[in-house]
Design a protein around this ligand. Structure first.
Ligand SMILES: [Zn+2]
Length: 253
């Protein structure tokens, strides 16, 4: 089982990152280490190189981080063999209401779309409250696309999965969001992925504000219940899909 989106290089894990990784290795087959800034990307490259065949980096630039995205583009271009995907990148209308700044986000997003096309890498998309615009920008891109932490509506989800190279990544929100449950119930089995977005979206906020990659098992249980299938089947399929999307070489079950 693979968590396809965890920010293990976020400062929240500074204190005990190695312990967290050790437990991930006990419980999972791999983790995609997502990044959204240059410093985080650098750290992700370094950390993943210490755990080959288990941790895999994707490098991106969060839409609300401003304009210093060139450094991230350079970093990806300089490490094409190490990076398994471009992202997270995309649009964020939740935090950005200014129409001019939203246009600026689109320009930056387009540069990352082109980069992913040139490098033939999957694109990991951040689309908070901008799901429709993100979809419009990638629908004819020819890319393999992962709609990370998808929280759009079911109508759009159905449109997205008509493209067999597009995947909807179900986060641990499935444990507490009605909308995510609806999406999870309907998404085709060949086109879903599991992620935590750790340290965010903790399903146990009262006891631990951090989320951890192994919590995808809780999501898998919930999805098994929603789809009336076996938990093991959900785990296995989520792994199979992740290996396919990111072309992973993993060495554990
Ligand atoms: Zn993220």
């Amino acid at each position: 089982m693979i968590d396809v989106h965890a920010h293990l290089c976020f400062p929240d894990f500074d204190k005990d990152m190695e312990e967290v990784i050790a437990r991930c290795k006990e419980e999972l087959a791999g983790v995609i280490v997502s990044s959204a800034r240059c410093d985080e990307g650098l750290k992700a490259l370094e950390t993943c190189s210490e755990h080959p065949d288990f941790l895999f980096p994707t490098l991106g630039f969060h839409p609300t981080e401003g304009t210093e995205y060139e450094k991230v583009i350079e970093l990806i271009k300089n490490n094409p063999g190490k990076v398994v995907g471009v992202g997270e990148v995309g649009l964020d209308y939740h935090w950005e209401k200014d129409p001019r700044k939203r246009e600026a986000q689109k320009e930056i997003f387009l540069k990352f779309i082109k980069l992913a096309q040139n490098l033939r890498k999957p694109l990991v998309i951040h689309s908070w409250d901008a799901e429709r615009d993100c979809y419009e920008m990638v629908k004819d891109s020819g890319l393999v696309c992962v709609f990370h932490c998808f929280s759009g509506d079911n109508v759009l989800a159905e449109e997205i999965v008509k493209n067999r190279d597009f995947y909807i990544s179900i986060s641990t929100q499935v444990l507490f969001s009605k909308n995510t449950r609806k999406i999870a119930k309907n998404v085709p089995f060949d086109q879903f992925l599991l992620e935590t977005d750790a340290p965010f979206l903790s399903p146990n906020k009262d006891t631990d504000r951090r989320n951890y990659p192994w919590n995808i098992k809780l999501s898998a249980r919930k999805i098994a219940e929603l789809k009336s299938i076996k938990f093991e089947e959900v785990m296995e399929k989520a792994k199979e899909n992740a290996v396919k999307v990111f072309d992973l070489k993993i060495d554990r079950a």
